[in-house]
Design a protein around this ligand. Structure first.
Ligand code: NAP
Length: 307
C-alpha cells in the first residue's frame, strides 16, 4: 500500500518535471524566435557556434568581428541552412575593432540602424594572455583590458539607452571561470574577466527596474583558437594550442548552453567541470588553501608555455 502510493507520488513528480522542462523549452523558443541578437567575435570559436545555434533558433542576427571576409563566409553558410521547421533570417554583419572605443560607438549606431533596436547583445569577443607579471609590459595589460573589458562596456553603454527607453533588452557577456578565480600566468586575462563580472553585476542591479536583463556566463576551457591568439608579456602572439584548451569543451555544446542560459534568462551561469567548479568554492570558503594550490601550480609550471 505504502509502496504503491510512493510510486504514484514519484510518477507525479516525474510528470511535473517533464511538464516544467517542456514549458521552459517553449518559453526559450518564443524568447529567441524573431529576436534581434548581436554577437561579437562571431568570426571564430564560441561566437561562431553561438551564431549557428541562435540562427537555427530563429534569431535575427547581427554578426560582429574584425574580419569581414570570415563573417561573410559564415553568413553564406547560415543562409544555406533552412530546416523548414522554423523561420530563420539571413544575418547581417558589422565590422569593428573592440580596442578602438571611437569605432565601437559608430558601430553601435550602425547596429541599432539595422532593425531599429537590439533585443539581445552577446558580448563574446575576447583575447587571452600568457605570461609572468614579472616580465609583462603594462601596455599588454592595457591591450587585454581594452578588448575584454573597455570594448564590451563601450558597446553595452552605446546600446543600453535604447533598451532602457523600450523597457526591454538583454545583455549577455561571455566571461570565464577566470572571472571567478585567478590562476598563475593569466594575470591580464583573469583581471579583465574579474572586472567584467563586477561591471555586469553592477549593471544588472541598476537596470532591472527598466526591464533590462543581464546574464554573465562563465565557461571553463573550450576547444577554440583562444590560446593560439593569446598575447604574451612582450605583446607577441603566443601561437600555441594549449593542452587544456585542446582538451576543452566542445564549442557547439557550450553555444547550446549559452542559448539555454539566455533563453531561460539566467543571471549567472558557470559552465565548467567538477574540479574547476570545486576550485570556485574553495576560493570562497577556504582562500588560504586555494592560494597554496595556485602557488604550487605556479612553481610546477615555471615556464608559462608548459601548460
Ligand atoms: N576558449 C576557452 O577556453 C574559453 C574559456 C572561457 C571563456 N572563453 C571566452 O569565450 C570568448 C570567445 O573566445 P573563443 O574561445 O571563441 O576564442 P577565439 O576563437 O579566439 O575567438 C575570439 C573572437 O574574438 C574576436 N576578437 C578578438 N579581438 C578582437 C578585437 N580587438 N575586436 C573585435 N573582435 C575581436 C575574434 O575576431 P577576429 O576574427 O577579428 O580575430 C574572434 O571572433 C572570449 O571572451 C573568451 O574569453 C573562452
Amino acid at each position: 500500500m505504502i509502496l504503491s502510493s510512493h510510486r504514484r507520488s514519484l510518477s507525479r513528480r516525474g510528470a511535473m518535471e517533464l511538464f516544467g522542462s517542456l514549458l521552459q523549452r517553449f518559453r526559450q523558443r518564443v524568447y529567441i524566435q524573431d529576436a534581434v541578437v548581436v554577437i561579437t567575435g562571431a568570426s571564430s570559436g564560441l561566437g561562431k557556434e553561438c551564431a549557428r545555434v541562435f540562427h537555427a533558433a530563429g534569431a535575427r542576427l547581427i554578426l560582429c568581428g574584425r574580419d569581414q571576409a570570415r563573417l561573410q563566409e559564415l553568413v553564406q553558410e547560415l543562409k544555406e541552412i533552412a530546416d523548414g521547421k522554423r523561420k530563420t533570417y539571413s544575418p547581417s554583419t558589422v565590422t569593428f575593432d573592440l580596442s578602438d572605443t571611437e569605432t565601437v560607438s559608430s558601430a553601435a549606431e550602425e547596429i541599432l540602424k539595422r532593425h531599429g533596436h537590439v533585443d539581445i547583445l552577446i558580448n563574446n569577443a575576447g583575447i587571452s594572455y600568457r605570461g609572468m607579471v614579472l616580465t609583462t609590459h603594462v601596455d599588454v595589460h592595457k591591450e587585454v583590458m581594452g578588448i575584454n573589458y573597455f570594448g564590451p562596456i563601450a558597446l553595452t553603454q552605446a546600446i543600453l539607452p535604447s533598451m532602457v527607453q523600450r523597457r526591454s533588452g538583454h545583455i549577455a557577456v561571455i566571461s570565464s571561470i577566470q572571472g571567478k578565480i585567478a590562476i598563475p600566468f593569466r594575470s591580464a586575462y583573469a583581471a579583465s574577466k574579474h572586472a567584467s563580472q563586477a561591471f555586469f553585476d553592477c549593471l544588472r542591479a541598476e537596470v532591472e527596474q527598466y526591464g533590462v536583463l543581464v546574464s554573465v556566463i562563465s565557461p571553463g576551457y573550450i576547444r577554440t583558437n583562444l590560446s593560439l591568439n593569446a598575447v604574451t608579456g612582450d605583446g607577441s602572439r603566443y601561437g600555441v594550442l594549449d593542452k587544456n584548451t585542446a582538451e576543452g569543451q566542445d564549442p557547439q555544446k557550450v553555444a547550446e548552453a549559452v542559448l539555454r542560459a539566455v533563453g531561460c534568462k539566467k543571471e549567472d551561469v558557470l559552465l565548467a567541470g567538477l574540479l574547476p567548479t570545486l576550485a570556485v568554492y574553495i576560493r570562497t570558503l577556504c582562500p588560504h588553501l586555494f592560494f597554496k594550490l595556485m602557488a604550487s601550480r605556479a612553481r610546477k609550471e615555471q615556464r608559462p608555455k608548459q601548460d
